[in-house]
Design a protein around this ligand. Structure first.
Ligand code: NAD
Length: 424
């Protein structure tokens, strides 16, 4: 279908175009009402804030921050907060759009949002990061709230960041509002299981796929790009389950050992030294080489568009479990699918994070906290159910996994928008 394009808004960057291309494929497939489709191609709102803070050297620096809400037809907006030197409004908008589809796919009563600050957190002190986070929270204050838009962690942010957001918001309101952010430390309203949720979710779905494909996890070879919250936890749990994690990497490159890496020891090492290959556990490997390793399971758990038209023909895994958001471009998608690689799309594979964030939010609103066993069981139940729904859709519509998952999520949002109607 030929679509009329008006002048491009600020968020039209390559990553955003990629998210829209994915959407357009599904929109055509679902034969969506063109008016609703038009609304879904743009975010509900995209906020840019400039954040001045005093640096430790006494000088002032101004950082650009963002909060984008893509769609709130199903409930309050929900999405992570990314601190990274390369982010821009377009990337945050794409991530917000993916959050909408993800929440809908797994059946959460939440909309999609994302936020972030263009900064390099690795080069900033704890004091600078605290001032940055508190001022950012104040600048986006009109947009967020436990009934409105609930931030969580993402690349470059952690429990501490969420605690500062919660405290800053609470100070403005005058009392403690734990439901304003998720991914908080447990002692201030965080949920048990949240810190490991995304990586654990990746493992639950990957195990189910391995079972279907008759891949024995005991001794299965795994490569993980990104050794942060998602990548480390997925690697750790798979290692505990008997997989051989043959390579992991971070922004400075990775380490490879065909016999399998000791993930716990490597994690201890990585707390002190960011150059993984300087550990004695394996050989140096680049991020690109890691993606092209022959293995059973490849988990990209870092940034977007890592698997693209340039390297898709060289990917040699059997299962691609997308821990990261948007790690595979549409060109690569097609190539990988044609080559018979089983893709677990990001909006399913990494949805464990937002599922337990949802549990955290519900617990905070009720002031009643659940046991970790109960939380992980509920997580598994939701994920396996969503996975089964995706598989049913792939067969029924004869489409690949990503399109099926997107079709389910997008259809739920479209139905809600149609029944709610257009205001005013
Ligand atoms: P993190 O900051 O904890 O870890 C990111 C890791 O990626 C780090 O090891 C970092 O060194 C590495 N990295 C950064 N740039 C890289 C590069 N160019 N090449 C290779 N590695 C690089 O972040 P995270 O929370 O683990 O998030 C990772 C991915 O998972 C992101 O795409 C994020 O959007 C997605 N995700 C996270 C969550 C969550 O709950 N944290 C939930 C869903 C999706």
């Amino acid at each position: 279908m030929v679509r009329e394009r008006r002048e491009k808004p600020e968020y039209h960057t390559p990553i955003y175009e990629m998210a829209v291309r994915q959407f357009d494929i599904v929109s055509d497939r679902l034969d969506l009402d063109p008016n609703v489709a038009e609304r879904l191609r743009s975010p509900k709102c995209a906020f840019i804030v400039n954040i001045p803070i005093k640096m430790d050297n006494g000088r002032l620096s101004v950082f650009q921050g963002y909060r984008v809400q893509h769609n709130i037809a199903l409930g309050p907006a929900k999405g992570g907060t990314r601190y990274h030197q390369d982010i821009n409004l377009g990337e945050i908008t794409a991530l917000a759009m993916w959050m909408s589809w993800k929440c809908a796919l797994v059946g959460l009563p939440l909309g999609g949002a994302k936020g972030g600050i263009r900064c390099n957190p690795r080069e900033m002190s704890r004091g600078e990061l605290q001032r940055l986070t508190r001022r950012y929270t104040t600048e986006i204050f009109p947009l967020i709230g436990p009934e409105r838009d609930i931030p969580g962690p993402d690349v470059g942010t952690d429990e501490q960041t969420m605690a500062w957001i919660m405290d800053t918001y609470s100070m403005q309101i005058g009392y403690s509002v734990p439901g304003i952010a998720t991914g908080k430390p447990v002692n201030i309203g965080g949920s048990l299981g949240r810190s490991e949720a995304t990586g654990r979710g990746v493992v639950y779905v990957t195990s189910e796929v391995a079972r279907i494909l008759n891949i024995n996890l005991d001794g299965a070879e795994v490569a993980v790009q990104g050794f942060g919250n998602v990548g480390y936890v997925a690697a750790k749990i798979l290692h505990e389950m008997g997989c051989r994690v043959i390579a992991v990497s971070n922004s400075l490159g990775g380490v490879f050992n065909k016999k399998g890496l000791d993930i716990n020891k490597l994690h201890e090492f990585s707390k002190k030294n960011h150059i993984l290959s300087e550990s004695k556990y394996g050989d140096r490997i680049t991020n690109l080489e890691l993606l092209e390793l022959e293995c059973d399971i490849l988990i990209p758990a870092a940034l977007s568009a890592q698997i693209n038209g340039d390297n898709a023909t060289k990917i040699k895994c059997r299962i691609l479990a997308e821990g990261a958001n948007g790690p595979t471009t549409p060109e690569a998608d097609q190539i990988l699918t044609d080559r018979g690689i089983f893709i677990i799309p990001d909006i399913l594979a990494n949805s464990g994070g937002v599922i337990i964030s949802y549990f955290e939010w519900v617990q905070d609103l009720q002031n009643f906290f659940w046991k970790e066993k109960e939380i992980n069981e509920k997580l598994k139940d939701i994920l396996i159910n969503a996975f089964n729904n995706m598989m049913i859709m792939t067969k029924k519509e004869k489409v690949e996994n990503r399109t099926a998952a997107l079709m389910i999520g997008i259809k739920k949002i479209v139905d809600a928008m149609l029944i709610r109607g257009l205001y005013p």
